[in-house]
Design a protein around this ligand. Structure first.
Ligand SMILES: [Zn+2]
Length: 99
């Protein structure tokens, strides 16, 4: 038996994850500390920028690009950190310990 935690997998720093009640999600969610949040926040900014460039290049409306694709690096990183797959980038952005 490897080390498992409530995130359901042997993910490296998952054991330090703090799960707190999120009133927006109406559920306990893994909350990011400041270091994790700043990294995720940067990916969010990059995702927004990449989306803008992509739209300008191809002339697409924002609704034509799925958030899960636009924000894939952000969602992937959140999953790595927390062990939880989130599909809503906006949900990730409010899962911050200091809020
Ligand atoms: Zn939430």
């Amino acid at each position: 038996m490897g080390i498992r935690n409530k995130c359901g997998g042997p993910i490296y720093d998952c054991g330090e994850m703090q799960w707190l009640w999120c009133w927006r999600c109406k559920s306990e969610m893994p909350m990011l500390d400041e270091a994790e949040y700043s990294e995720v926040h940067r990916l969010y900014g990059e995702g927004m920028r990449a989306t803008k460039e992509y739209r300008q290049k191809w002339g697409l409306p924002l609704s034509g690009i799925e958030p899960t694709i636009r924000m894939k690096p952000l969602l992937d990183r959140y999953e790595q950190i927390t062990g939880m797959r989130e599909t809503n980038p906006n949900a990730v952005m409010h899962h911050r310990l200091s809020l």
